[in-house]
Design a protein around this ligand. Structure first.
Ligand code: UDP
Ligand code: LCN
Length: 811
């Protein structure tokens, strides 16, 4: 019988060499076009544009279209041209990279290691250098003994992989159950033993005690409260933490018995997720303004604040529920630790402690930034905070210990500054650490690594990227809102993936910064607060008292600092958008796209909420440019009568009702950003039942399934975007069921994936699994942490010295 031959996938080098052999002349002419562009970096579209123009040529086109080099170019992420060489970074699938260099004169091909590729790239900045002594950062060796998968289905699903790994080692080797026993025996809260006491010393003893307890409990009425049998269980070796009734305790014991006899991943996850581990949580978000009112729209203050405030409400509820089910009488505490800003500009950011509304045990704890010059009174940009963070971490540690009367069990960092401080605190306190990036700046600013010196004055990226590397490697687990945040998509590099290999010439070269296959990555997406954002058709919940003011906001003819532009025909559906007036949010792009389309203007009005309309009031250069551009667009396209520009709206309840009022007009929401990391407004609009068109650049592409639960638009192709909107609005005009279909499917998508309930259940389970994992794998992670500590002391602290330290202006 013939056996199937297993073909090895040829390497990129082999494919390029095959291409050279078969299509020597055509390849030479293509590569010469790249070389002709001179020394520099070519982006994928540059590479493909040249390829396309050759393919258009009849003769070479035919020959090259069948050439393997064609495919190589399609998965190339960049090429470095240093004549006569062209080096190409190829990414066949997310997280997998290969590098080749072609000498165009000789048509010879070399495969490069990541280190060689980066060294070659550095020549763009430093010229040819012979020094072998460049600091190379390599986190890979520390992870060599760590469980690891290279299956892309596990990217962002780390906990699933970890549970599989744990169950298979426990299954194969009963000795691997010892750490679990040890964990349960040593587990305490504020000095009180939980789970197991000294009566249970071995696995055998545990098994027999569980069987005895099972026998005893199954004879009790299922709702017998824990206190009725606490004494008996204690005698068998069990302490509090198993459940609040005979049924819940039995369930938990069955899970453990299953693990002891035949461990499987879902049982391990269920069991570890139910162990009472998390009672006190600290959430870090140092840069201000962090407040509950009047802060949205202030510089650097957007979705991250909304996210954290919604997160803590959901988390508190989940913690209360779990603690009750665990049969414990413990009051949880959550502290959001942020910067205290004495010059608070009418916000509460100068208060040390503030209760979070809608919670009973959650507070904002504010700690000022200080230096040897004293306390900093004014707000400073998130790009300038680095010199203050070490002292902030030190002071915050003291304040946290004071508030909690001890250390927290779990710490969550937010954004680069919060994640660095969380790492310092987790290191000091030995607690489980989770990081949330919200948005990593590196991918937002093309070539901000290789040309970092050009960005330094304004952005201090050398500090930020170093802090990111330290934090992502220190964290026990990382949560992201989408897959693309970790590993991008077929043709785009993920935000974390961009930290795998990069170089900051003159500082250091990163050959293995992070691995997107690391099981620490988990996708846990946020939702929208469903007490504020709920569907337009839930009539009894609608805030009708706000309808008059919303009507005025949309239609009052007065032109003032709150709104400019009028809507002549009130009967038309409204195309709505809301965002900060940053360039990347591309609100002006949407206005221009609308202005240019007579069909769209005929079908619908446009309303945007963004920034303010008085350029004199803006302190931000980027925002000022956008304000001027918006006024120009209104004039150029004579938008008055069809377009309304409303200034920033900070009342969320009112915004929720506004989304619903837009749905009443059978309108749509548009999120046109040039790049959006996640996009809370997309989820808010969909939760209100508003059909949504959102950018395909970033997170929204994952939230929406194109044509099913909304639509993707490409901000770089505004004509196609307006055609898509015209088509939809036209179809809805003829048949309203088209609108309802997308609205309903959008809502279903939200209920299935984007709710704070799903989020908080997942996060608490992850805290349990990774907390246990931390206990089991102390030694391995310690090595990474010691390396990170060195990077912090030898590099980060030195870099911080070059950041100008902000001072208050003299009065
Ligand atoms: N937002 C608001 N008023 C505004 C603009 C935005 O309340 O004038 C809110 C919006 O509802 C959302 C958040 O600010 O909750 C923006 O989050 P998103 O993730 O969309 O963007 P980010 O500002 O974080 O980049
Ligand atoms: C930061 C961003 O840029 C947004 O895309 C997110 O929605 C927000 O944070 C919340 O995570």
């Amino acid at each position: 019988m013939a056996t199937a031959k297993l073909d090895r996938v040829p390497s990129v080098k082999e494919r390029v060499e095959d291409s050279v052999r078969a299509h020597c002349n055509d390849l030479f002419s293509l590569l010469s076009r790249y070389v002709k562009q001179g020394k520099g970096i070519l982006q994928p579209h540059h590479l493909l544009d040249e390829l396309d123009s050759i393919l258009d040529d009849e003769q070479s086109g035919q020959s090259l279209s069948a050439c393997p080099f064609n495919e190589v170019l399609k998965s190339a992420q960049e090429a470095i041209v240093l004549p006569p060489f062209v080096a190409v970074a190829v990414r066949p699938t997310p997280g997998v990279w290969e590098y080749v260099r072609i000498n165009v004169n000789e048509l010879s091909v070399d495969e490069l290691t990541v280190s060689e590729y980066l060294r070659f790239k550095e020549e763009l900045v430093d010229g040819l250098s012979n020094t072998p002594f460049v600091l190379e950062l390599d986190f890979e060796p520390f992870n060599a003994t760590f469980p690891h998968s290279n299956q892309s289905s596990y990217i962002g699903n780390g906990v699933q992989f970890l549970n599989r790994h744990l169950s298979s080692i426990m299954f194969r080797n009963k000795d691997c159950l010892e750490p679990l026993l040890d964990f349960l025996r040593t587990h305490k809260h504020k000095g009180h033993t939980l789970m197991l006491n000294d009566r249970i010393q071995t696995i055998l003893k545990l098994e027999s005690a569980l069987s005895k307890a099972e026998d005893y409990l199954s004879r009790l009425p299922s709702d017998t409260p824990y206190s009725d049998f606490e004494y008996e269980l204690q005698g068998m070796g069990f302490e509090r933490g198993w459940g609040d009734s005979a049924t819940t305790v039995l369930e938990m014991m069955h899970l453990l018995l299953d693990i002891l006899h035949a461990p499987d991943p879902s049982t391990i996850e269920a069991f570890l997720g139910r162990i009472p581990i998390v009672f006190n949580v600290v959430i870090l978000s140092p840069h201000g303004y962090f407040g509950q009112a009047n802060v949205l729209g202030l510089p650097d203050t957007g979705g991250q604040i909304v996210y954290i405030l919604d997160q803590v409400r959901a988390l508190e509820n989940e913690m209360l529920l779990r603690i009750q089910k665990q049969g414990l009488d413990v009051t949880p505490r959550i502290l959001i630790v942020t910067r205290l800003i004495p010059d608070a500009k009418g916000t509460t950011c100068n208060q040390r402690l503030e209760t979070v509304s809608g919670t009973h045990h959650t507070y904002i704890l504010r700690v000022p930034f200080r230096s040897e010059k004293g306390i900093l009174h004014k707000w400073i940009s998130r790009f300038d905070v680095w010199p203050f963070l070490e002292a902030f971490a030190e002071d915050a540690a003291g304040e946290i210990a004071l508030e909690l009367q001890g250390y927290p069990d779990f710490i969550i960092g937010n954004y680069s500054d919060g994640n660095l401080v969380a790492s310092l605190l987790a290191h000091k306190m030995g607690i489980t650490q989770c990081t949330i990036a919200h948005a990593l700046e590196k991918t937002k600013y093309p070539d901000s690594d290789i040309y970092w010196k050009d960005f330094e004055d304004k952005y201090q990226f050398s500090c930020q990227f170093t802090a990111d590397l330290i934090a992502m490697n220190h964290a026990d687990f990382i949560i992201t809102s989408t897959y693309q945040e970790i590993a991008g998509a077929k043709n785009t590099v993920g935000q974390y993936e961009s930290y795998t290999a990069f170089t900051l010439p003159g500082l250091y070269r990163v050959v293995h910064g992070i691995d997107v296959f690391d099981p620490k990555f988990n996708i846990v997406s946020p939702g929208a607060d469903m007490s504020i954002y709920f569907p337009y058709f839930e009539k009894h919940r609608r805030l009708t008292a706000l309808h008059d003011s919303i009507e005025k906001l949309l239609f009052h003819t007065e032109q003032n600092e709150k709104h400019v532009g009028r809507l002549r025909d009130k009967s038309k559906p409204i195309i709505f958008s809301m965002a900060r007036l940053d360039r990347v949010k591309n609100i002006t792009g949407l206005v221009e796209c609308y202005g240019k389309s007579s069909e769209l203007r005929e079908l619908a009005n446009l309303v945007v909420i963004a920034g303010n309309n008085d350029v004199k009031k803006s302190k931000d250069r980027e925002e000022a440019e956008e304000i001027e551009k918006m006024h120009d667009l209104i004039k150029t396209y004579k938008l008055d009568g069809q377009f309304r520009w409303i200034s920033v709206q900070t009342n969320r309840a009112c915004n929720g009702e506004l989304y619903r009022c837009i749905a009443d007009t059978k309108g749509v929401f548009v999120q046109p950003a040039l790049y959006e990391s996640f996009g809370l407004t997309v989820v808010e609009a969909m939760t209100c039942g508003l059909p949504t068109f959102a950018t395909c650049q970033g997170g929204p592409a994952e939230i929406i399934e194109h044509g099913v639960s909304g639509f993707h638009i490409n901000p770089h192709h505004p004509d196609q975007a307006s055609a898509l909107m015209v088509d939809f609005l036209q179809r809805c005009k003829e048949d309203l069921s088209c609108w309802k279909k997308i609205s309903d499917a959008g809502l279903q998508r939200i209920y299935d994936r984007y709710t704070w309930k799903i989020y908080s259940e997942r996060l608490m389970t992850l805290a349990g699994v990774y907390g246990f994992w931390k206990h089991v794998s102390k030694l391995e992670r310690r090595a990474t942490r010691r390396y990170g500590e060195m990077l912090y002391i030898l590099k980060f602290r030195e870099l911080v010295k070059s950041v100008p330290q902000a001072v208050d202006n003299p009065c």
